[in-house]
Ligand binder design. Structure first.
Ligand SMILES: [Mn+2]
Length: 548
């Protein structure tokens, strides 16, 4: 079972750093197989923070939907197309399967062989009972299948329909019978009947099988060589020899080539429909290289998925990685409003109204009595600094201040120095396109029946804003229209002066309600507002309550 610690979509510094930090904490606490992940791109600032303390961006996951490869049987029992069906039957019997996939030498799946089809072959319906004597196989395969030994005459690997004939009759009757046979395809099976053996070799049957390990007489051996008849000794009695000879037909001759295979990375929910509609007993699963990687049965859909999630820095499914609703969430660490979906099982849900999730990660270490490694302390500082604008945002609490002090002591890095390093990297307005600036840290909300988005970027000043403003507003409107949001907004915060400019696109009857000073078309001046969560969201919510 793999546990994935993951932050929200459009991850910010806190989401990335708390995911890494909490994965480190769980691992240090002895939790097996925990790894951090992200479901969106990092930005220059996040990369700086990670690199500053020797971390790399966690693994990117576009979604966590359970896939076929998560539940399929990897240890596939299959049959080679060129091996006798006897082997396939044995494997089906041993494993109590309904059938097997049939593969070539390159492990490419050619089709399926079913126990049902094998049963029909062994016991044909009465109107086709004569076909029970025909074996579409080479003489060499028949010999191998009956564990026989070639005593005289030619071996032959050419595959064509052989007719099995048991000579259990008087020589006179047998002579008459020989006239009715297609001798070139006849495999005659007989015990120690020397007269019959000689008669059939002189008549020119394709092969003569002597059962029960009866030794062949010298003159019979010589006669077989002379007439080019293959003489084979079988260790089994006649009835067993016939049965085994019939099983010499290769699996490739009996496969159902019209079958459905599925790619191993297909989400289970997509596979469900294909599987439910099909009468196939199992589904060959192909890897990226097209080779057989596993097999999927209907019962595999009942298996638990081998991964689970710990969500950090968010608790609403609309902000979570795609597929989070189909995987067990075992823990949530967050500092946002509660919008968590009901869970099936009790979970650890730690939501504290503090400035950053990294603060909660640090207190988790402290409460568990696990020392915070130096580099993890630095990493957590990045999250706290970024989310609280270095403890200056109104979301900052005494807990954050205390944690920052502790972390600074461990890392040996001064918060003020780290803050100015972080915020001087990659001004979003200078380094990003308008679209990137909007989507870099964008959160979707639903409030009072309205769906909307609130993005935020941090700058060291507003000096670059005037030349970018119109393009940003245009991009914001495009984004709003593409997502069918009621409105979309971007909060541009100056971390030095602790003021923000709000860009907002939405219907006139809504924007008319905004009572902050105008700062140009689609822009408003929000002095003293720095927190999306604590200041902007409550304000927007109150406006929505006044929508006529
Ligand atoms: Mn956060």
């Amino acid at each position: 079972m793999t546990t994935i610690v993951i932050g929200h979509k459009n991850p910010d510094m806190d989401a990335i750093c708390s995911a890494i930090g909490y994965a480190e904490f769980k691992t240090a606490g002895g939790f097996p197989d925990v790894r951090a992940a992200r479901c969106g791109n990092t930005n220059e600032r996040i990369d700086f923070g990670l690199g500053r303390f020797g971390f790399e961006a966690p693994e990117f996951l576009s979604d966590v939907y359970p896939r076929i490869k998560d539940v399929m049987e990897r240890d596939v029992v299959s049959a080679r197309c060129d091996s006798p069906v006897y082997e396939a039957m044995t494997r089906i019997g041993e494993n109590r399967f309904r059938g097997l996939p049939v593969v070539d030498g390159d492990r490419r799946c050619l089709g399926l062989i079913s126990g049902f089809k094998l049963g029909q072959y062994l016991f044909p319906p009465l109107d086709r009972i004569a076909s029970a004597r025909i074996v579409d196989a080479s003489l060499a395969d028949i010999q191998a299948s009956i564990h026989g030994e070639l005593l005289a005459g030619p071996g032959d690997t050419e595959v064509y329909p052989h007719h099995l004939v048991v000579a259990a009759m008087h020589p006179t009757t047998f002579t008459r019978r020989l006239d009715e046979l297609d001798l070139k395809s006849t495999v005659l099976i007989v015990g120690d009947r020397w007269d019959i053996q000689e008669l059939s070799i002189r008549a020119g049957v394709r092969a003569l099988v002597i059962t029960n390990n009866f030794p062949a007489k010298k003159n019979v051996l010589a006669l077989a060589e002379k007439h080019g008849v293959s003489l084979i000794s079988s260790p089994h009695d006649t009835a067993t020899t016939v049965l085994l000879a019939r099983a010499a037909v290769t699996a490739g001759k009996m496969l159902q080539s019209d079958f459905t295979s599925l790619p191993d990375d297909m989400p289970l929910r997509e596979a469900k429909a294909d599987v439910a509609m099909s009468s196939q007993f199992a589904f060959p699963v192909l890897g990226e290289d097209g080779r057989l990687a596993g097999i999927l049965s209907k019962s595999d859909f009942l298996k638990p998925v081998p991964h689970q999630l710990i969500l950090v820095d968010h608790n609403e499914l609309s902000q979570a990685v795609n597929g989070a609703d189909e995987v067990p969430v075992v823990e949530i660490l967050d500092h946002h409003r509660i919008g968590v979906a009901p869970t099936h099982q009790p979970i650890l849900f730690l939501n504290r109204p503090v400035g950053s999730t990294c603060t909660i990660v640090a207190t988790s270490y402290q409460q568990a009595g696990i020392p915070i490694p130096k580099n993890v302390a630095g990493l957590l500082m990045c999250g706290v600094i970024s989310d609280t604008l270095n403890l200056s945002s109104p979301t900052t609490t005494e807990v954050d201040r205390k944690v920052m002090e502790d972390l600074a002591g461990i890392s040996g890095v001064r918060p003020a120095d780290l803050a100015s390093e972080i915020f001087s990297v990659g001004s979003p307005l200078l380094t990003m396109t308008s679209k990137q600036a909007i989507t870099a840290d964008c959160k979707e909300y639903t409030e009072r029946g309205f769906r909307f988005s609130v993005s935020q970027i941090e700058e060291l000043s507003f000096s670059h804003l005037p030349e970018k403003r119109d393009a940003l507003v245009a991009a914001l409107e495009t984004y709003r229209a593409s997502k069918h949001y009621f409105f979309s907004t971007l909060l541009i915060t100056d971390v030095n002066t602790q003021n923000s400019i709000l860009l907002l696109c939405g219907p006139d009857h809504f924007t008319r309600l905004i009572d902050f000073p105008d700062e140009g078309p689609g822009a408003w001046k929000l002095d003293g507002v720095v927190s999306r969560k604590k200041q902007l969201l409550p304000y927007l919510t109150s406006l929505m309550g006044r929508v006529p």
